[in-house]
Design a protein around this ligand. Structure first.
Ligand code: ZN
Length: 443
């Protein structure tokens, strides 16, 4: 079946498995981890099978080299096409168990491959790591299939309701191996006819809750295209507030974490106290009821902060996209973060990256344009006359200069407002370079 689609969307919802379904989920979670780890273990070997072209194409930098116990250099066999890395039912008969989802096995292999692909592209995160059983968040991924007869019977086009994974109604979904299961939708299902389900991840969180994440694909935008807003906006991300836009509006930093920090710290101390006590009394942590109870409470606090932050980011990004034909922001990658620790901290705290990701995927959903520009000089330049501070005998603006007056044209500026005007201007220049009549350019 045709699998290329222009638009993708994630849909995450809580599910409520019964005991039996939970058992099947755990079987697949454990098997998925096994397959992934087995492949990973097989990817390091001290017996070179044959000279590998891909090892030459993607040499592993010395700092990631691995050695065996005798100090012999291990070669990466990741991409060797021998049967070495194949995980099959013949080798591991229990993978043929009736509760084991064969698509889970395929998806674990895909995850393993993409972990190496990611490593080959960006070394930063190091070579793929083994998945630990002790990780409180566990899960596995599986795929949806459309059979032509089932599709024919139900509407004629693949949809949310006629695949091997499908919605039975607004409260139930059918998942492989476990069948019908209760779901809680956090928003309406897209009513676009051409939406289909691609892959599905089943997750168990440290809070004890189960979630399912669907990757939806469509040839059409998920939301109806909106009429023109006749408005364009630039925004500047800063440490003092979340953002300042080119109309001069300031959105304050939510700093949820800071407000709830005291409570979290207290509960976390309690958790480690219980951990220490269990240890001193020679009890295993997973057997200690008090410890586990507290661990769940801490996890719930964390997830509360996460959800509040996400709601804030969703509301703000949707409002920006809905109300403006063009949204321009600065490219965070170009900002030199590593030099400014406070700035880096604030970025991860406020969720700027998540926010930018939301603008990126929401823009095409609503037929809007989102552009990122290089932030160079956006702060130092006067948006009226383009005079640049720091040139001539003027000083560069610092974080302390919240307001300033342009020595060239005497315009009084609020620093971040001026920056967001420059950002919008840069975005417009960027667009005119690439934009042809009536082509909504996305990035
Ligand atoms: Zn000026």
């Amino acid at each position: 079946m045709e699998n290329k689609a222009k638009f993708m969307m994630g849909l995450k919802m809580r599910i409520y498995p019964n005991r039996k379904q939970e058992r099947i989920f755990w079987k697949n979670i454990n098997a998925s981890r096994f397959v992934y780890n087995k492949l990973l273990a097989n990817s390091w070997t001290d017996t070179p099978v044959y000279k590998n072209k891909l090892d030459e194409l993607y040499p592993i930098p010395e700092k990631y080299w691995k050695y065996n116990k005798n100090g012999k250099l291990l070669k990466s066999s990741i991409v060797r096409k021998t049967g070495l890395a194949r995980i099959t039912k013949d080798k591991y008969p229990w993978l043929g168990d009736k509760d084991i989802d064969s698509d889970m096995v395929n998806n674990a292999q895909v995850a393993y491959k993409s972990a190496w692909n990611l490593f080959n592209k960006v070394h930063k995160s190091g070579t793929p790591k083994f998945k630990r059983k002790s990780n409180p968040n566990q899960g596995y991924r599986t795929s949806n299939h459309y059979s032509s007869s089932a599709v024919k019977k139900n509407g004629g086009v693949p949809s949310l309701y006629n695949g091997s994974i499908k919605f039975l109604d607004n409260k139930h979904i059918r998942l492989p191996k476990v069948g019908r299961i209760k779901v809680k939708l956090s928003r309406n299902l897209p009513n676009n006819q051409l939406v289909r389900i691609a892959t599905v991840s089943i997750k168990h969180l440290s809070t004890g809750e189960w979630f399912v994440s669907l990757l939806l694909k469509s040839d059409e935008p998920f939301k109806r295209q909106l009429p023109k807003a006749n408005s364009q906006i630039g925004y500047d991300l800063n440490t003092e507030n979340f953002l300042t836009d080119s109309y001069g509006n300031t959105i304050d930093n939510p700093r949820f974490y800071r407000s709830i920090k005291g409570r979290l710290a207290k509960e976390q101390r309690k958790l480690s106290r219980r951990g220490r006590r269990a240890k001193s009394e020679g009890r295993k942590l997973w057997k200690s009821k008090n410890y586990q109870k507290q661990r769940k409470l801490v996890a719930k606090l964390h997830s509360k902060i996460r959800n509040q932050r996400k709601d804030f980011l969703h509301n703000l990004s949707t409002a920006l996209i809905k109300n403006h034909d063009l949204v321009v922001g600065e490219n965070l990658k170009s900002k030199n973060m590593s030099k400014n620790h406070a700035l880096a901290m604030s970025i991860s705290d406020a969720g700027w990256r998540t926010f930018i990701g939301m603008l990126e995927y929401k823009a095409p959903m609503y037929g809007r344009t989102f552009v990122e520009v290089d932030p160079a000089y956006t702060t130092q330049q006067c948006s009226e006359c383009e005079f640049r501070m720091g040139t001539g005998n003027t000083h560069k603006l610092t974080l302390k200069d919240r307001e300033w007056t342009c020595p060239n044209c005497n315009t009084h500026h609020i620093r971040d407002w001026n920056a967001s005007k420059n950002i919008l201007a840069k975005g417009l220049i960027e667009l005119t370079k690439t934009l042809t009549e009536d082509s909504p350019i996305y990035r």
